[in-house]
Design a protein around this ligand. Structure first.
Ligand code: 0PR
Length: 402
């Protein structure tokens, strides 16, 4: 009895008025960082497109966990998947929007295992630069994740990668836009190596999926990474990163439509009827899907190209300036709008990160690679980067003298 009373103490007996509630929320949210002030330099998320936000608010009760109740919403999802499939080099693919890249990668790992019921101790090979979601998936699915080491230039050591593939390998992973540096794995070479070997090949383009296709239109020289490599079976690409979608909107795309039949889950009792699905979650947002459909229609190819073009201009500006500062250097020449910064003499980057944080700059820090990461998202403007560079210059100078 005492415990029940204790539990109810936190909840108000009578509700407050809306104004007071909003005031309380705003007070708490003062603590949050704001994309628009330019200090968030280490995030792969950004402000969603305003029109997407408006659309989302209209339709946020739609639930694609029961698509039979919302067949119209499900149709919009199919249209998104079909258009993105073409953008990723294939007609007639299937797929689905997810809660993010982690769920999409988990789905891919599950499929790799499911398609190989005869492998008793399944293994998946991935580069060391693969996102943490693969470790999570391996843990959940009881798959052994074998990681290929990186070379000094942070690219995967392909010889080691190939050595890790054996008769227990049910899947291989390539990354098109690594989390730390935005680098692209040699997808074509991996494809060639596993040709005719019945190994599921998944490409994680959670970040790169909404950058690389547009870079191609901007005449960047991009190596093949998508369904145009015939051995690639599935791709992760997330609208809530460079697609300006709402959080959460990830994406999973698969070439062979039979895979859903072979590996999909079923929920027989749903009000709208039974549909096979890939998802780990049950109830899932329809509003974010409709919003992304609207974003795609609103921006069109030209709009997405423009977003990426501006991010790349700022990326080049930052990269040029970093290269001029004594004591630090680019970890790698940026392939997309991700810039890694490391020390020239191999000293730890942590001190610089600490000093930058004191000045409110929020970056990603990859201690194992000794680099800090700036993701030049659409909310990061040239003037923010100019301020950042001034601080970086001062900090680098100060640390060299001390
Ligand atoms: N694959 C890659 C290549 C990723 O970079 C990420 C996330 C994922 C998969 C997983 O995607 P979800 O986070 O949608 O599940 N990359 C970012 C990272 O870890 C996620 C992120 C976003 C981190 C915003 C911080 C942040 O402020 O860096």
């Amino acid at each position: 009895m005492k415990d029940i009373l204790k539990l109810s103490i936190g909840m108000l007996k009578q509700g407050l008025d809306k104004e007071e509630i909003l005031r309380l929320i705003n007070e708490k949210l003062e603590l949050d960082h704001d994309y628009n002030d330019g200090t968030i330099l280490g995030s792969m998320c950004t402000e969603p497109l305003e029109f997407g936000r408006e659309v989302y608010l209209k339709y946020l009760s739609k639930n694609l966990g029961d698509p039979g109740l919302f067949p119209g919403t499900a149709t919009l999802e199919k249209e998104i998947v079909s258009e993105l499939g073409q953008l990723f080099g294939e007609q007639n693919i299937i797929g689905t929007l997810t809660t993010g890249g982690s769920e999409a990668n988990l789905i891919a790992m599950r499929i790799a295992k499911k398609l190989h019921p005869n492998i008793e101790k399944p293994e998946v090979v991935a580069p060391e630069s693969a996102h943490i979601s693969f470790d999570k998936a391996a843990d959940l699915l009881d798959i052994k994740l074998r990681k290929a080491r990186l070379l000094n230039n942070y690219e995967v050591d392909l010889t080691h990668y190939k050595e890790l593939i054996n008769e227990n390998t049910c899947g291989v992973i390539g990354v098109a836009g690594t989390t730390s540096l935005g680098l692209i794995d040699p997808i074509e070479e991996i494809g060639n190596f596993i040709k005719e070997r019945n190994i599921f090949f998944h490409v994680d383009a959670a970040f790169g999926g909404f950058v690389l296709p547009f870079l191609k239109y901007l005449k960047y020289n991009i190596k093949l990474w998508d369904f145009s490599v015939k051995e690639v079976n599935s791709i992760t690409a997330d609208p809530h990163k460079m697609g300006l979608g709402l959080i959460p909107t990830g994406g999973f795309f698969v070439r062979n439509s039979q895979i859903l039949n072979k590996t999909g889950f079923e929920i027989p009792y749903l009000a709208g009827g039974n549909f096979k699905h890939f998802h780990i979650v049950g109830t899932r947002p329809g509003g974010t899907v409709i919003a992304f459909w609207a974003i795609m229609k609103y921006l069109g190819l030209d709009g997405f190209i423009d977003v990426v073009k501006r991010c790349m201009e700022n990326t080049h500006f930052l990269a040029r300036k970093v290269a001029e500062i004594n004591g630090i250097k680019l970890a790698a020449q940026p392939k997309m709008n991700v810039v890694g910064i490391t020390t020239e003499n191999g000293d730890s980057i942590c001190k610089i990160d600490e000093e930058l944080r004191k000045k409110k700059w929020m970056l990603g820090k990859f201690e194992d690679l000794n680099l800090i990461r700036v993701v030049v998202m659409p909310h990061v403007k040239k003037e923010h980067l100019a301020f950042f560079i001034e601080d970086l210059k001062k900090i680098s100078k100060k640390l060299q003298i001390s």
